[in-house]
Write a protein that binds this ligand. Sequence first.
Ligand SMILES: Nc1nc2c(ncn2[C@@H]2O[C@H](COP(=O)(O)OP(=O)(O)O)[C@@H](O)[C@H]2O)c(=O)[nH]1
Ligand SMILES: Nc1ncnc2c1ncn2[C@@H]1O[C@H](COP(=O)(O)OP(=O)(O)O)[C@@H](O)[C@H]1O
Length: 225
Amino acid sequence: MSKLFRAVIMGPPGSGKGTISERIAQSFGLTHLSSGDFLRENIAANTEAGVLAKTYIEKGLLVPDHVMTRLVLPRLGEMTRYSWVLDGFPRTLIQAKALNSSCDLDMVISLNIPLETLKERLSHRWIHPASGRVYNMVFNPPRIQGVDDVTGEPLVQQDDDRPEALVTRLRHYKDVAKPVIDLYKSMGILHTFSDTETDQIWPYISSLISNKIPTVRPDPRCTSP
Ligand SMILES: Nc1nc2c(ncn2[C@@H]2O[C@H](COP(=O)(O)OP(=O)(O)O)[C@@H](O)[C@H]2O)c(=O)[nH]1
Ligand SMILES: Nc1ncnc2c1ncn2[C@@H]1O[C@H](COP(=O)(O)OP(=O)(O)O)[C@@H](O)[C@H]1O
């Protein structure tokens, strides 16, 4: 049986979770699972969870725990045979406890990025809604201004990246993330990285995962709730 690796990446909005998860996925052949993408899929498909979630996201608020756990845990249950990096979940202690009771994590990466850097980055973030591809008009701009590299479709700025929603989101993040970070610290699986640039952080994350991957074991408990 192949060895599986399960990581969570945490950090405030704009800290680079999506960007770093994509690099991990490509470098190590893991699947990148994103709670934000799950939500956007549900919003686009007008599911009950999607309609409900949209009302919270538009206000810059977290989606309630029971909605998130019902959305994310079954998706993890479908991934029992794959290694993954989970981006954006858990964000609260209730979510973290629900995740702990479904599977054993090998590693939690926490990104600690200065507030001014976050504000600057998010003001330049544009996405391709259908695929979830993320661009930054300064750091990684699309080849043609305003359109997705792959499909040529227009890019949009997410409602929750607009300055009004952003300040609320960052404040909320700090309050709810602290007990989650403390939990993972007490479990001995937390690794925190602080810098203003993803390219500076990446070599450290890459070597951490390289050292860990050969030793991980499959977790038969990672099943659908
Ligand atoms: N200037 C700059 N932008 C970055 C860096 N890393 C990521 N970004 C951009 O910052 C924005 C937020 O990154 P993202 O990965 O979406 O963060 P997330 O909200 O934590 O998932 C995106 O537009 C990225 O392209 C970096 O090191 N420098
Ligand atoms: N685990 C979660 N719990 C509650 N709300 C969530 C969760 N994941 C995503 N969301 C909601 O979806 C929004 C977008 O999430 P995401 O794409 O991960 O972006 P970001 O990291 O930039 O906030 C969040 O601002 C929040 O409202």
